[in-house]
Each structure stands twice: as C-alpha cells, then as structure tokens.
Design a protein around this ligand. Sequence first.
Ligand SMILES: *Cc1c(COP(=O)(O)O)cnc(C)c1O
Length: 359
Amino acid sequence: MQNDVQELLKKITRKNVQDLTPYLSARRLGGKGDVWLNANEYPITPKLTVHSDLNRYPECQPLAVITRYAEYAGVNPDEVLVTRGADESIELLLRAFCEPGKDAVMYCPPTYGMYSVSAETFGIQQKIVPSTKDWQLDLEAIASQMADVKLIYVCSPNNPTGNLLHDADLIKLLEMTQDRAIVAIDEAYIEFCLQNNKTAWLKRFPHMVILRTLSKAFALAGLRCGFTLAHRNIIDTLLKVIAPYPLAAPVADMAAQALLPEGIETMKQRVLEIEKNRTYLIEALSHDERVVQIYPSFTNYILVRFKDSAPIFKGLWDSGVILRDQSKQLGLENCIRITIGTEEEMQAVVRVLRSLTVA
Ligand SMILES: *Cc1c(COP(=O)(O)O)cnc(C)c1O
C-alpha cells in the first residue's frame, strides 16, 4: 500500500513541488532549549482577549484592523491589505504578478528565505542577484538581469544581516523598474528603526509595495498577521487572489487590540528594551576572542561572524541556547544570527559562551 502511494505521488505531484525543500522555520529545526533566540520573536507574550462571535464568517478585511493600521502607518485605509502574516503577502504578489514558465522574480541574497521558497512553490523563475560585499543592492547586475522580471523583493532592514539599504539605491531601483515591475520592500523589522520607513515614497512610486508584520516588534508571531501597503489599485489586484477569509475572527480581534494607542505605546517600549539588551550583548561579545565581527543592526537580532562558528553553535545548542545558524547562506560563512531577548537571556548567552572551551 505504502509503495503504491509513493508511486502515485511520483506520478501526480508537480515537478517543482517534488524538488522543493520547504522553508526550514526555526520551529521545524527543533532543538531542546530554555533560551529560544532563533526566530526573531519577542520573548514575552502580550495579553489579548477575544470577543468575536464564532458562528459567523469573519470579514475578509476587518475594518478596525485596516483603519488602525492605516492610521499607525500614515497611509489611507484603501492602501492597506491585511494578510496571514507578511509571508502570505509574499505569496499573493507572486500569484498576482508572475506567470509560471514566463515571468521571473528577483531577490538579492543573503536575505529572507521565503522569497525563494514561495517562488519555487509556484514554479516561478528566479533571478538571484547577490548583494554587494557590504550587503547593498548591486544595481548594475540588477539592471542587466531585468528581462522577464515582474517582481523584486528587497528587505530593509535585511534579514539576516541587519543592515538598511541605501535610500539612493532604492530610488534608483524604483526608477529603473517603473512601468515594468513591482518592487516590494520588506519592512518586517521597521519598528526597530521607524524613521527609515519608506511609506512617504508610495505617492511617488505607484509600483512600490511595502510589507509589514505584527510578528516582530508587536510580539505577535503566533497571531499570523501581516500588512501590505501599496497604491489602492495594487491592493485591489491582490484582493482578487487572496482567500475569502484569510484572517480568523479571533486573530482580527486581537490584531485590532494590539493596534490601539496603548498597544502601539507598548510596542515602542519593547523596542527601547530590545535596543538596551542589544547594546549589552554587543558589548559583551566584543571582548570575545572567537568573534571576528559583530555587524551593525537596525533590528531585534545581530549577525555575528566567528572564527569557527560550528562548535560555538553546537555548544550553545547543547546547553539549551538555540540560535540560528547562517553559515550556509551566501557570503555568511561562520555567521550565527542571535535574536535579542530578555536581559536574562542575553546574560545566558554570554555565560554559556564563556563556559565553552572551543576556540
Ligand atoms: C519574519 C519575517 C517575515 C514574515 O513575517 P510573518 O508576518 O510572521 O509572516 C517577512 N519578512 C522578513 C524579512 C521576516 O524576517
């Protein structure tokens, strides 16, 4: 029986899905830890309550969530789409703009893994243009590979490197793509450097899209709630391909609460606390002989290059401190990404690191 199913699946599963390596989320990677610093989550859960009637289908685009996020982001409500995490928006853009076997999507590694996983799932051709040595856009290489590209993902601040893309480069990218492609700027971590947000550019560049999430500074990764900001005609196009009920009613309920003025104030307090803990960790690591470089970060994580990261990663893992290995990513040999957690968690990282006898 088992064999029959295997044979059947081999025959009928789409080729690109057979070849697909699923996104290795922090949860899928496992580990037995007390200190979870591998998914850029906030360490403590907000307390929210549910009031929804569950007998009714939810609104597709819950009004309170849309209007409150629009107010928070400083855009019009018709320029906002709410989705099942920013990850769903990454997919919707592909579904709306890229035809398999015809169009291409572009992104610039090292960067967030879902751009490639989603493209593979849909069977969309990928134009992979590595970023420059200092993790900025390689505009010349981008320009030379624009044929068939309908969609470009850029990430600023970038995951996992933590840096911002230069404004001047983004402007050039937006100018070079006008009338031919969508440029999606992933601002999942923008709350940690809010003054760098690009919403003001939406008026000037109608082909620009901004991705946001409640998973990071809003501390609600488990809620699965993200936002797309764009020209209202782009939002309307995405509404054609979104599921009829993308958000469960309790999710909409809790997202609306998180976006009340006191929720936004709490989020800002979190950002300050994370910055303080980040400063502490950077200072402590800077005295460690095994550290080659700590890269500047505008986010709730830092990327650290070690002389030899494998034994460090494993030593921490075995002691219950779970970090994210980035050493397989393009140009990130011996790099580990460390999410900034509580003060106690940062002290645990430092304590365990000191206890490791590896070089
Ligand atoms: C975490 C993350 C996302 C996904 O956010 P969700 O809303 O949880 O789906 C998107 N982009 C980047 C760069 C991220 O780090």
